[in-house]
Design a protein around this ligand. Structure first.
Ligand code: NCD
Length: 342
């Protein structure tokens, strides 16, 4: 068995609520330990013979590819199905039947589905661990884990801690599942100040704000982005989740830059750590993070995506009960050149 007793409830990862502060610290220690494999200084075969079933019934680029890359880089193999059209759900098969069938082929399943609660239904019928890669507007636990992991690194490099920090969270706070999981996971820390800015009709659900407030954090809404980011240590921007809404989109009337360099300058905060779960919506009628912040020193959006590999490797090792000793024994230096910098 693993030396990291996480994911009680049968080793599924469905919600960030499955972590407490000590298990989170141990989990991040494991994410650090697989760093050389994630950064491709070393190759590992610890999951030799294991199969991942990757089931994405909603669009995805980085979540699917980073889960699959993480599994492959640990020496496992991957089978994938994407979209309803190419699966038997298009023929009316239930979640329970699909879960039972595919768990007969795989050792762990990663599932993304448009309905809140659907991945938990999947887990209930599965005979192998299930990882929630996003259930509608519900949760996205692996994203929150990599977000908080990145925050620890970025704030640590500035001599700060997540405890006591001020985070501004901007954008579609109603449908953005990454924000829901992030606020819940951050609530494990001490004395946070969370300032929120969202377009009208896309405010944070009261239950999510209440979750943080009950745990002793200050949560306040700001009238403008500039007010929200003034004095913040981290700003976390999100896109409008157009695919999940109809009339709210018209009410939100959200166009242009959600956050840009001029706003940060006006707030006196051009050094802030800038985060976003991505994708950044670059269409002409979008309301999202401007690319004019990309040259700022605090830009961390691609550090998040890179850290996603470590975190997703740690999820698989935990779900499959692999010890750090087994990882060590199956890891060796790679003989080939990986990046252009090699
Ligand atoms: C997010 C998601 O799918 O919830 N993307 C991701 O996994 N990084 C955010 C989004 O789609 O806006």
């Amino acid at each position: 068995m693993t030396d990291l007793p996480l994911f009680e409830q049968g080793r599924h990862l469905l919600s960030v609520a499955q972590f407490d502060r000590p298990t989170l610290a141990r989990f991040f220690g494991l994410a650090d330990a697989v760093g050389p494999i994630a950064q491709r200084q070393a190759v590992c075969t610890v999951l030799d013979g294991a199969m991942l079933g990757s089931l994405f019934f909603e669009p995805s680029t980085r979540t699917r590819l980073s889960f699959e890359s993480a599994f492959l880089r640990l020496g496992g193999e991957v089978t994938t199905t994407t979209g309803f059209t190419f699966s038997s759900m298009a023929k009316g098969e239930s979640i329970a039947d699909t879960a039972r069938v595919v768990s007969g082929y795989s050792d762990v399943l990663v599932v993304r589905h448009p309905d809140e609660g659907s991945v938990a239904q999947f887990a209930a019928a599965s005979t192998v661990p299930v990882v929630n890669a996003g259930d509608g507007a519900g949760e996205h636990p692996s994203q929150a884990l990599l977000d908080v992991y990145t925050m620890e690194k970025e704030l640590g490099a500035r001599g700060k801690t997540v405890d006591g920090c001020h985070i501004a969270i901007l954008g579609d706070l109603k449908y953005g599942r990454t924000v829901h999981s992030l606020i819940k996971l951050l609530s494990l820390y001490e004395h946070l100040t969370v300032t929120l800015f969202s377009p009208p009709s896309l405010e944070l659900p009261a239950a999510v704000a209440g979750y943080a407030v009950e745990r002793g954090h200050r949560v306040a809404e700001a009238d403008t982005v500039v007010d929200a980011v003034r004095g913040a240590d981290v700003v976390y921007a999100t896109r409008v989740q157009r695919e999940r809404m109809t009339e709210e989109l018209a009410q939100a009337n959200a166009r242009g830059d959600l956050l840009n360099r001029a706003m940060l300058r006006e707030a006196g905060n051009e050094e802030v750590v800038i985060m976003h779960p991505l994708p950044r919506d670059s269409r002409s009628d979008s309301f999202d993070l401007s690319t004019d912040v990309d040259a700022l020193p605090g830009l961390a959006i691609f550090k998040q995506t890179d850290n996603g590999l470590n975190v997703r490797m740690a999820i698989f090792l935990t779900a499959l009960g692999v010890s750090t000793e087994a990882v060590r024994l199956t890891t060796k230096q790679r003989p080939w050149k990986a990046t252009l910098r090699d």
